[in-house]
Design a protein around this ligand. Structure first.
Ligand code: ADP
Ligand code: ADP
Ligand code: MG
Length: 473
């Protein structure tokens, strides 16, 4: 049941990434776009493209409409990417009803693992440790307060269907828990359409370690080692590393095995990620499973040589993995920098607008997965991530040097980006010594103080002013 034509139910860089995998496999790709995305790169990279909506979001978020489009355009498969409907069980179910191969796990697996409290139960059933937490979802604020007293402060109040680092608040005492309760519920309702929340013990400054898994429909489940996503701001990842420079091989094998157990427990098929928190005493706790491709899948591709998107397509087509755990190795280190159109000097405020000039990074070990080009106008309606800079090196010191060089290579003008901030992080002795946790960004506010970058426009106007001055104008 080979896939011949595939609809990409997403936009931006991940849609471009999927179109590239399709192209290499000889699969015809179909892009969908909102009016605001008419000039998005994914529209140009796919073989065919169709406007799905006038307004910026409704088209990307309507599963019926999208599957209709797939059927009408003669597609036999659909890839959801990440974000949008990628963890929407209904989309997977509609695909199944309409005879479209969904490139992802079953609707049941999405529903059970997308719900964080249910996912915790699955992990427990698989014999995988979870952080102490509430028994399922909370009934009301008094229930929250009562359960928090048992768990012990600080606690994390989390949206059960949350994602993207939103719908999570740390509460250090009862007063904060009472204050945050309605806030998190309202955030969760707005962002995820669900008011359900639960509590977890807050691990102070843990490391975020996640394991990439691949599972086929023939019962094979393998892991592709881990990624360290501890460099975060407000629970959102900024820099990701693979493998984690902070783990021993024995820890690596241990969590790889835990992740495979979680996947087997829920009968998982396709690519997925099992996220863990690593406490200071060396304990790992299951946190959640993402039932889709992740933003940072790229670095795992770099160290293992496995093309994860192609693997997803082959698995969805019913092919066996053709890989055994012992066949999978890794080489060197890889880092991914999320290049966001945000101003780090100004509270990471989004900086949308036109890319007046763009120079991509290149050279050995450098990969750029981007959604921009010179002249592209970043629409204000979507995620601020405009590129992912991925750097691979044989060893950790070279990775630092190469990353520094590659970030210097990359030139994005017209909008502010997180590049200057990442350059500062690379100079930090703790980062260089591979000793950091999720508290790193907050603990180092001084890294935000750097001189603002010089833009070619301002150089040009400075030269013009100097010439004018010389000419006595
Ligand atoms: P990853 O888990 O792949 O590292 P992120 O957590 O940064 O990625 O999420 C990637 C994108 O998907 C972001 O745009 C984020 O807002 C969106 N997203 C993630 N989870 C959800 C969710 N449950 N509901 C809606 N959007 C989500
Ligand atoms: P999302 O679905 O938004 O990715 P996660 O449950 O994966 O949410 O949590 C996102 C981040 O929040 C983690 O990477 C971690 O930094 C922080 N976090 C989540 N739960 C805890 C916890 N119990 N203790 C400490 N930090 C946590
Ligand atoms: Mg997560």
């Amino acid at each position: 049941m080979a896939i011949r034509k595939l609809l990409i139910a997403n936009r931006g860089e991940i849609a471009v990434r999927i179109a590239r995998a399709c192209s290499e496999l000889g699969i015809r790709s179909v892009a969908i776009y909102s009016e605001a995305d008419e000039y998005s790169l994914h529209v140009k990279k796919a073989d065919e493209s169709y406007q799905i909506s006038k307004d910026p979001l409704s088209g990307y978020l309507n599963p019926h409409h999208i599957v209709n489009m797939a059927v009408e355009t003669g597609c036999d498969a659909l890839h959801p990417g990440y974000g949008f409907l990628s963890e929407n069980a209904e989309l997977a179910a509609i695909c199944e009803q309409r005879g479209i191969t969904f490139v992802g796990p079953s609707a049941d697996a999405i529903a059970s693992m997308g719900d964080k409290t249910q996912a915790r139960q699955t992990a427990v059933a698989a014999g995988v440790p979870v952080t102490p937490g509430s028994e399922g979802n909370l009934e009301n604020v008094d229930d929250a307060v009562a359960q928090a007293a048992d768990i012990g402060y600080p606690v994390m109040l989390k949206a059960t269907s949350g994602g993207g680092g939103r719908g999570i608040r740390r509460c250090d005492n009862e007063k904060e828990l009472r204050q945050n309760y309605e806030r998190v519920i309202s955030e969760a309702t707005k962002a995820f359409g669900s008011a359900e929340v639960f509590l977890e013990k807050c691990i102070i400054n843990p490391r975020h370690i996640e394991v990439q898994i691949l599972a086929d429909s023939h019962g094979n489940v393998v892991h592709l080692y881990e990624r360290d996503c501890s460099i975060q701001r407000r629970n959102q990842k900024l820099i990701e590393l693979a493998p984690s420079p902070q783990l021993e091989d024995s820890q690596r094998e241990y969590i790889g095995d835990l992740a495979r157990r979680v996947a087997r427990q829920c009968g998982y098929v396709n690519a997925g990620t099992v996220e863990f928190l690593l406490d200071h005493d060396g304990s790992f706790y299951f946190m959640e499973m993402n039932t889709r491709v992740q933003v940072e899948h790229t670095i795992t591709e770099e160290i293992t040589g496995v093309d994860i998107i192609k693997a997803q397509l082959r698995i969805a087509a019913g092919e066996p993995l053709g890989l055994k755990q012992e066949d999978i190795g890794y080489r060197g280190f890889a880092a991914q920098f999320r290049i966001n159109a945000e101003d780090p000097k100004n509270g990471f405020l989004p900086s949308f607008g036109q890319i007046t000039r763009y120079y991509s990074a290149g050279g050995p070990g450098v990969r750029t997965d981007a959604n921009m080009y010179t002249g592209y106008e970043i629409p204000p309606y979507y995620d601020s991530m405009c590129a992912k800079l991925i750097v691979w090196s044989m060893d950790w010191p070279e990775l630092i040097a190469r990353s520094r060089r590659a970030l210097g290579d990359m030139g994005i003008y017209g909008v502010q980006t997180t590049i200057p901030y990442y350059k500062q992080i690379l100079e930090h002795p703790e980062f260089q010594a591979a000793d950091f946790n999720t508290g790193f960004v907050e603990a180092n506010p001084q890294l935000l103080e750097y001189s603002s970058k010089t833009r070619p426009e301002s150089i040009a106007s400075a030269i013009a002013a100097a010439i004018a001055a010389q000419a006595g104008l």
